[in-house]
Design a protein around this ligand. Structure first.
Ligand SMILES: NC(=[NH2+])NCCC[C@H](N)C(=O)O
Length: 413
């Protein structure tokens, strides 16, 4: 029996999750390209894989079904339409010119599904393309990429997000991540596991990343806007969730446009039905605009919106959730520890159920605070994984979460 698809909260018992075990794409990182590829260092790949395997094992041990994105991808690449879409997307790059696009596409089209999946993720370097031709090919250096690698595919949170029983394939803001959503789009459209899943969003729309989307409680969604998700993306998502009856309130939360706070889930995640772990430096200033719709909404993109605010985030969230107050657990203790542990994704927890969350072991002060507040912490190592600036929440996309007691069912059919 597989669980119904979808999620309506951050903390409902996790049943199925989408992960990506990092592979050869991390071996592409060098001190020259790591900034552009959004890593803060050059990870030791073998150790990163061990850390990721241990993360997956903790989830499996607690009864969570783990789906692996590279395996789903290899399976959909047996479908001709999916193959054609993904090969075309891989060479759809103005750097290449028509001749190199054609020879690269021909090379990719000849690969078997497993090798093609591997190449779409790890990329294709100039010296790996035997029949390469064209002006761009002549001019490129040996190590340049014809198809760039996708080291951030590891952060499955960002390239898709389930809201209720529908899945939003997102529109990623950074060029290094654009192609990730061609992969999630193909998997959701063509893999039998997702047959019938309705798509809520797509990559052609305004920027929206899953790390900015928090399902506070059934019917209430928070969306961070900052370096990645734009106000336009938040507005589009609000209209769509209202039109489809997936939520009644969207809280739009501005966050600083900088790397340390690239997504809302880098400063706050939920660890219980009424509790956040949050970066104290922003706790007092974080604000939210409350978006609702007075109309009986029925159209995806034209519903009138009512916007009120800004109000302090915790007050606006509690009001939208229909509870008196939200509990707050601080990252760190003093400002320096807080800043260090925020940077190391101390806030970026993955709840497996109310009061049970996965966190990086290195954030010792935050984890102690979580335990003091009654949260059981499943600690994982992240010395190598963390160099991509993402923690347990970023590295996971919940595909099925059970409904919270007392709330309507989570997913769709
Ligand atoms: N949901 C998240 N916080 N994701 C973290 C993504 C990290 C990734 N290196 C990026 O810059 O995009």
């Amino acid at each position: 029996m597989t669980a119904p698809l979808g999620a309506t909260s951050e903390v409902g018992p996790l049943q199925t999750v989408l992960l990506h075990r990092p592979g050869a794409e991390l071996r592409r990182l060098t001190p020259r390209n790591n900034d552009q590829l959004l890593f803060d260092g050059v990870p030791w790949v073998r150790r990163a894989q061990e850390e990721h395997d241990a993360f997956a094992a903790e989830l499996t041990a607690r009864g969570v079904e783990v789906l692996h994105l590279d395996r789903l991808l290899a399976e959909v690449l047996a479908v001709p339409a999916a193959r054609d879409e993904l090969v075309a997307a891989a060479v759809d790059d103005p750097r290449l010119g028509a001749t190199l696009q054609r020879t690269a596409a021909a090379h990719l089209a000849d690969l078997d599904p497993g090798d093609l999946a591997g190449t779409l993720i790890a990329g294709l370097a100039h010296d790996e393309l035997p029949g390469g031709r064209g002006l761009a090919f002549e001019i490129m250096d040996r190590g340049d990429f014809v198809v760039p690698p996708l080291p951030n595919l590891l952060f499955t949170r960002d390239s898709s997000v389930w809201v209720g029983g529908q899945v939003a394939v997102t529109s990623l803001a950074m060029p290094a991540r654009h192609r990730e959503s061609t992969i999630t789009a193909a998997v959701y459209a063509h893999h039998p596991r997702f047959t019938g899943a309705e798509q809520l969003y797509d990559a052609s729309l305004e920027h929206l990343e899953g790390g900015d989307v928090l399902l506070l409680t059934p019917g209430v969604v928070a969306v961070g806007v900052g370096e990645r998700t734009t106000p336009g993306g938040a507005e589009r998502l609000a209209r769509r969730v209202f039109a489809r009856g997936l939520a009644h309130t969207v809280l739009v939360v501005p966050i600083a446009q900088q790397r340390a706070t690239m997504h809302l889930d880098t400063i706050a995640t939920m660890v219980d039905v009424d509790a956040f772990v949050m970066y104290p430096a922003v706790a007092d200033s974080l604000a939210a605009w409350t978006v609702t719709s007075a109309q009986v909404p029925d159209d995806d993109d034209t519903t009138d919106l009512t916007v009120t605010g800004p109000a302090p985030f915790l007050e606006a969230a509690a009001a939208a959730m229909g509870i008196d107050r939200l509990r707050l657990i601080d990252t760190g203790l003093d400002p320096v520890t807080a800043e260090r542990e925020q940077w190391d994704d101390g806030n970026n927890t993955l709840a497996l159920a109310p009061r049970l969350a996965v966190a990086y072991e290195r954030n010792t002060v935050t984890n102690a605070a979580l335990e003091a507040a009654g949260i059981e912490v499943v600690r994982i190592a992240g010395s190598e994984l963390g160099s991509g600036r993402g923690g347990p929440r970023c590295m996971s996309c919940p595909v099925s979460r059970a409904a919270l007691p007392g709330s309507p069912g989570a997913g769709g059919p």
